[in-house]
Design a protein around this ligand. Structure first.
Ligand code: B12
Ligand code: SF4
Length: 507
């Protein structure tokens, strides 16, 4: 009997940018009695059905984008006589779908760190339950990943989580609903040990797979103080202090370590935090800019962000502290007009961004946007392959529409082609080369060009293009670029690297 853990994907590139962390965390959660699990990341290679034997246990993770492929894998595994179990954000939101479409025996809702062990034990006993409530476990209970099971030469970046949950409530995001608004932080010991292990293996680039690395803002502290809410103030201060403690220890890692995380723009008003981040080797951040107008920010409940000229200034603050920004923008908001695309492209250039992504507004399940949209679709009788538009992820990719709701001023095609235009502009060779100027060496600049092109191919064309020839060409090119880029990210293994001690232990 073997345990298989499968990360489903329609596109396999042979090399992947970031390790799917859940795969290695669930490997750690697999009881010893079941042996080491077989890990299959389909963003590298597709699963080989013949490897699954009757009585095996197959755990499949689904987010909305890969649910259809996940269900295909599950049906195949069940046909081969295996126990089929689903988990992940989409399975948490739609547990019943995994039974209807993916022939599940069981599904885990929420965190799998503890629940997975129980599922495996029950399958081994031949009596799995149907729904397991994984819930939201505490940060101290998060498991460290089994990096010893990772194919080292297939990934550019590893991923370590430091905090789960986000206090905000953006309308397009499901994180605050599934992971909760209370930040669940891991101890600095747990994080630093994993990071050091990864450096020992030769990973120099590590993504901090956090929802929001800056869970307490200066405004939160001010507010609690003004309200004389001492309990809240102390709680917030403790969370902030833990962040600083972690960063102080990360700062002691070898100089060439490069970390990347996701953060809200508010960190830009907190120079102390930015300085600590830079010292901690956090040199890249994904910032959800979303919209460049106040109306756009209102559309997505993100009015804590800046708009207009002050927005560019705020984003430049990160750069001034040596932190490079990947700006994330959304197109297709109700207040968007044709000129919004031009204004966004211009802002992305003025704000000193290193990278940018331009996504089309997608009502992801579990979000406020989705609930609102689903309501407006109640009378809609459209079916594609028998599937209503409100279950769009179940529509085969080849015929799946890209934008699913009516925009007051533009057609879906117009939004798509204008979005593609902004990608083309931001990632034209000329623009990339201009941006590359911050890198002193020509070799470094060429690497930046290669990475920018890879990012664009893997992301924009495979996500937005509707033309299948362009998609196939992009996938082939991405495969080639990914292989070349991986070498740029590889570091020297440092088997003797020691874990930096806690600051208090030094005194
Ligand atoms: C880091 C991250 C990324 C990284 C790295 C992705 C990667 N290769 O791992 C990057 C930046 C590349 C990325 C990209 C995207 N992401 Co992302 N990402 C995240 C983030 C912040 C953390 C994921 C993570 O590693 N968590 C740590 C692991 C340990 O937790 P976990 O995956 O939740 O797994 C736990 C449980 O879910 C459960 N579990 C998971 N799988 C299974 C399987 C079984 C069998 C069992 C029992 C349990 C189980 O157990 C695990 C341990 O507790 C999440 C937010 C979130 N809170 O999930 C968004 C998130 C998953 N991403 C999201 C999206 C939308 C995307 C993109 C589509 C963005 C875009 N517009 O293009 C792309 C798609 C990439 C792709 N093809 O997979 C959405 C998904 C929404 C949805 N309903 O599907 C999320 C939830 C964020 C959001 N704003 O809503 N992402
Ligand atoms: S988009 Fe970012 S800031 Fe908004 S709720 Fe989601 S994780 Fe938090």
């Amino acid at each position: 009997m073997s345990v298989h853990l499968v990360n489903p994907s329609d596109n396999s590139f042979g090399t992947a940018v970031i390790t799917p962390r859940w795969l290695f965390v669930l490997a750690a959660a697999t009881p010893q009695a079941a042996g080491d699990p077989i890990l299959v990341d389909e963003s590298l290679e597709q699963i080989v059905p013949e490897t699954i034997m009757p009585g095996d246990i197959v755990g499949i993770s689904v987010h909305t984008g890969n649910a259809l492929r996940g269900y295909e894998v599950g049906r195949m595994a069940r046909q081969r006589g295996a126990w089929v179990v689903y988990g992940g954000i989409h399975a948490t939101l739609f547990p019943e779908e995994t039974f209807e479409r993916g022939e599940a025996h069981a599904v885990v809702k929420g965190d799998g760190d503890i629940a997975w062990g129980k599922v495996v034990t029950d399958c081994l006993a031949g009596e799995p339950g149907t729904i397991y409530e994984g819930g939201r476990i505490e940060g101290s209970e998060f498991l460290a990943a089994r990096w010893d099971l990772m194919p080292r030469n297939r990934y550019m970046w590893a991923s370590v989580q430091t905090v789960r949950g986000c206090p905000k409530h953006c309308s397009f995001c499901s994180v605050w609903r599934t992971d909760g608004q209370r930040p669940r932080q891991r101890s600095s010991d747990a994080v630093i040990e994993e990071v050091v292990q990864l450096r020992r293996l030769g990973f120099r680039f590590i993504a901090l797979a956090d929802d929001n690395f800056y869970p307490v803002t200066l405004t939160d502290l001010e507010l609690a103080q003004k309200q004389n809410n001492n309990e809240r103030l102390n709680e917030l201060k403790a969370i902030r202090a833990e962040r600083f403690e972690l960063m102080e220890r990360l700062a002691k890692l070898p100089k060439d370590t490069i970390l990347f995380t996701q953060i809200t723009m508010e960190a830009g008003e907190d120079p102390e935090f930015l300085r600590a981040m830079r010292a901690a080797h956090i040199q890249g951040v994904l910032v959800g800019v979303e919209a460049v107008t106040p109306e756009g920010l209102k559309d997505v409940y993100k009015d804590f962000n800046f708009a207009g000229a002050s927005l560019a200034e705020r984003l430049r603050t990160f750069r001034q502290h040596g932190i490079y920004v990947l700006g994330s923008f959304i197109f297709g908001l109700p207040s968007d007009r044709p000129q919004t695309f031009e204004a966004t492209a211009a802002l992305a250039e003025q704000a000193d961004l290193a990278f940018a992504q331009f996504v089309m507004l997608t009502p992801y399940p579990g979000t406020v946007d989705f609930a609102r949209w689903e309501k407006t679709m109640e009378g809609d009788t459209t079916r594609i392959g028998g599937v209503p538009l409100t279950r769009v992820w179940l529509i085969p990719r080849a015929v799946r529409p890209q934008l699913y709701w009516n925009h007051p001023a533009m057609s879906a095609d117009e939004i798509r082609s204008r979005t593609q235009g902004v990608w083309d502009r931001f990632y034209s060779l000329r623009s990339i080369w201009k941006r590359a100027k911050f890198i002193p060496s020509i070799k470094g600049r060429l690497a930046f060009v290669l990475i920018s092109k890879l990012y664009r191919r893997m992301y924009a064309d495979t996500g937005i293009a509707t033309d299948s020839a362009r998609l196939a060409w992009s996938a082939r090119r991405a495969r080639w670029l990914a292989k070349s880029c991986r070498r740029l990210f590889a570091g020297q293994p440092m088997p003797g690297l020691r874990v930096p001690p806690r600051v208090s232990n030094l005194i």
